[in-house]
Design a protein around this ligand. Structure first.
Ligand code: MLT
Length: 236
């Protein structure tokens, strides 16, 4: 069963954590980990997460489909944006997609080659993720992608939801970030979609007319999949 849980609220705080021998769950509810979960659940073969737009462009030039988002918008010249609905396209089945996003792929890259396991967490695969974590005895770091180095509500809230899901196990919360995430979850859990509307990225995406994306990303247990990083690719 799960043992000890830490929460890193933003990538800027990661230097304060030791990822060695830990299971890292990368959380970017709006929308990177929601997109990755949707893509793999919809038949995409794998996602190659890269930190920089230039890396993604190089993979596109090698023949990969490529998705790039910055500031919530698709980067000009790429094949896919960062809406989960774009990854439900049956034409993508069996494909490998290179992906770079503002925060989520950075968090994945920072965890690569350091953590024991790197898992992809979202509301969309919450139950599957939780069931997996409950069976593990390793220490867990819930890694919130945040927004450009700052914390955000939706990732912190989801980390708290996972802590709540695991509370029937004798997990120990190992840092203040974990207690903060748990407290945020307990404040907003009964009307969490309404609660999360206060978040900055929710407001930003609403401004882009993307309420459908948000509502989908906030919907729990749509897919029974657990994407994880295998080498440089995210697979099932
Ligand atoms: C992120 O990396 O924070 C997200 O991909 C941003 C977005 O999709 O709007």
């Amino acid at each position: 069963m799960a043992s000890q849980i830490e929460v890193c609220l933003t990538p800027d705080l990661l230097p304060h954590f030791d990822l060695k021998d830990k299971i890292v769950v990368v959380i970017d509810i709006l929308r990177a980990t929601s997109c990755i979960t949707t893509a793999l659940a919809s038949g995409v073969k794998s996602i190659i997460p890269v930190r920089e737009v230039e890396e993604c462009k190089a993979l596109q030039q090698k023949g990969y489909l490529a998705a790039a988002e910055r500031g919530g918008k698709k980067v000009e010249g790429f094949d896919l944006d960062n809406s989960p609905f774009s990854y439900q396209n049956p034409d993508l089945k069996g494909k490998t997609i290179a992906m770079t996003t503002s925060n989520g792929t950075l968090a994945i890259d920072l965890s690569k080659n350091v953590a024991k396991e790197v898992l992809i967490g979202s509301f969309l695969n919450q139950r599957t993720l939780c069931n997996y974590l409950q069976k593990k005895e390793d220490k867990i770091l819930l890694f919130c992608a945040g927004w450009k180095g700052k914390e955000n509500m939706e990732d912190t809230f989801f980390a708290g939801a996972l802590i709540d899901d695991l509370s029937n196990m004798n997990v120990e919360l190992e840092n203040d970030g974990a207690f903060i995430a748990k407290a945020v979850y307990h404040v907003g859990r009964n009307q969490y979609k309404k609660f999360l509307r206060k978040s900055s990225h929710y407001q930003r995406l609403i401004g882009f007319g993307l309420e459908k994306d948000i509502d989908f990303c906030f919907t729990a247990n749509q897919y029974d999949v657990l994407p994880y990083l295998k080498g440089n690719e995210i697979v099932l």
